[in-house]
Design a protein around this ligand. Structure first.
Ligand code: AMP
Ligand code: MG
Length: 477
């Protein structure tokens, strides 16, 4: 068996030493493959079969030729409080793979052992969060949401202690990059302007090459990142997705969703909904996500100021850009929710039409995903205990979509039939812990085509029963 060839080109590891700590993964007792994501491997130009035959590579027991493993340095605001030193405490960036079409992707291991950034952590991950991230990130990708991806998962044959003994696992994560708002904050906190300038240039070259010659590069990057984040959060909102831990170290400047920790999807529509056990103040509640993103962008702006010349002038320029957030976000939100109710044109009454539906869904505790999907199939009213609340709205709505070109088709490709329902994800993890990976495989297969009608997936599309409902989620990594 020849080892898989990976076309590494490790530009991040060529940045100055203080961007990272060189760190090899720490080998585990008994690497065993759970899954390799064949379509993603193909996208990257990797041989899925060769990867699958080499689980040692997927736990870090062997480092692929051409990799230059590093633990990345970053800081971050966690629930509003600033930590100047976080960094990869249980992850390692192996390097960057350049795909056949020239696109560059980070290849990283999560759960690969302690690093200089581990603080009191063990550097490991257990099977539950590894499989949750695999399933939910791949489901988000299939929904068309910018996201990090899962290339592989493997068990370690070791026990990890998380209140009780758990099976250890490693996730192989693929990302446009792992540069976070917190990466900028790390250098800003040290007043390391040279590093900040290098990071700015690197980020532009890698993610926003159109801005290379912009006269005010930092402000241009700020506006571009703001645009991607506003659109990303609008996408989450349009799917009922609650990220759960929107700290600045979990906000990627590429505009991808990163860090699937305590994330969950709404069932009954409720803007105040919180799942994460540690989010006691509801800072990252469903309806607060746009505000949290804007707050994080404010921190990003602060970190850019030191490389922007005159401080007051810089703050003024960045503030003016930050003030565009609500407008950019609201426009995208409305575009997405219009599509969700079958509207491709624009009418001044559309926002109110959408908001009235949401208000009634809230009052009726109607399932977010099933109600929107049900608009195209005629099943939406059934999500309301008292269908009158829906029918009153639906009269206005039917009037509005009468002149629309193809509302039903639009709704069917906008509103998924299947999302990674929280209780299904939990049941999948419970089965995997006792060695049954069939639910994991079934979920991955079904969620790869979330907009299609798939016979035999009725249980996956159903709302959780009262005894199955997930009310709380845990970082529990
Ligand atoms: P997260 O909330 O998952 O984004 O993690 C926040 C910080 O805690 C990051 O710096 C992680 O590297 C670190 N961390 C989380 N879990 C562990 C662990 N098991 N061992 C070491 N560091 C960890
Ligand atoms: Mg994180």
């Amino acid at each position: 068996m020849t080892a898989p060839r990976i076309a590494f080109d490790n530009s991040y590891a060529r940045l100055p030493d203080r961007f990272f700590a060189r760190q090899e993964p720490v080998p585990v007792a008994a690497p065993r493959l759970i899954a390799v994501n064949a379509p993603l491997a193909q996208r990257l130009g990797l041989d899925a079969a060769a990867l699958a035959a080499d689980p040692a590579l997927l736990t870090g027991n062997r480092v692929a030729e051409g990799a230059s493993p590093v633990a990345q340095a970053y800081a971050g605001h966690q629930f509003g409080g600033f930590s100047p030193s976080l960094g990869d405490g249980r992850a390692i960036l192996l390097g960057e793979v350049v795909a056949p079409d020239g696109a560059r992707f980070d290849l990283a291991l999560k759960g690969s052992g302690p690093t200089p950034f581990s603080r009191r952590g063990d550097g490991r991950a257990w099977l539950g969060p590894v499989l949750r991230e695999y399933v939910v990130s791949e489901a988000m990708a299939a929904l068309g949401v910018p996201t990090t991806r899962a290339l592989a998962a493997a068990t370690t044959g070791e026990t990890v202690w998380r209140e009780r003994p758990r099976p250890g696992a490693v996730l192989t994560r693929v990302a446009a990059s792992h540069i976070r708002v917190g990466t900028f904050q790390y250098f800003a906190a040290r007043d390391d302007r040279e590093a900040l300038a290098a990071l700015l240039d690197y980020t532009i070259a890698r993610h926003y090459p159109d801005l290379t010659d912009a006269p005010d590069k930092a402000a241009a990057l700020f506006a571009a990142v703001l645009g991607r984040q506003a659109r990303l959060v609008a996408r989450w909102m349009s799917l009922g997705f609650v990220h759960g831990v929107m700290n600045t170290d979990n906000m990627a400047v590429s505009g991808e969703t990163i860090d699937y920790g305590p994330c969950a999807y709404l069932e009954g529509y409720d803007p105040a909904k919180v799942f994460s056990s540690i989010d006691t103040g509801g800072r990252y509640a469903y309806g607060n996500q746009p505000r949290a993103a804007a707050w994080n962008l404010g921190q990003f702006g602060s970190a850019l100021v030191p490389v922007m010349g005159d401080e007051q002038a810089a703050v003024d320029r960045l503030t003016a850009i930050l003030q565009t957030f609500p407008e950019v976000y609201e426009a995208e939100w409305l575009r997405l929710f219009r599509a969700k109710i079958g509207i491709a044109t624009e009418d001044p009454g559309d926002r109110e039409l959408v908001e009235t539906l949401l208000t009634r869904m809230h009052a009726a505790d109607a399932d977010f995903t099933r109600t929107f999907r049900g608009l195209a199939t005629g099943a939406a009213a059934a999500e309301f205990a008292d269908p009158k609340g829906f029918e009153d709205w639906a009269r206005d709505w039917r009037d509005r979509i009468r002149a629309e070109p193809a509302p039903e088709a639009l709704m069917r490709r906008t509103n998924p039939a299947l999302i990674a329902r929280n209780h299904q994800v939990e049941a999948m993890i419970e089965a995997a812990v006792v060695g049954d990976y069939a639910p994991f495989e079934r979920l991955n297969r079904a969620l790869a085509s979330p907009f299609d009608v798939q016979p035999g997936t009725g249980d996956l599309a159903a709302r959780a029963g009262a005894d199955e409902e997930v009310t709380q989620t845990f970082c529990g990594t």
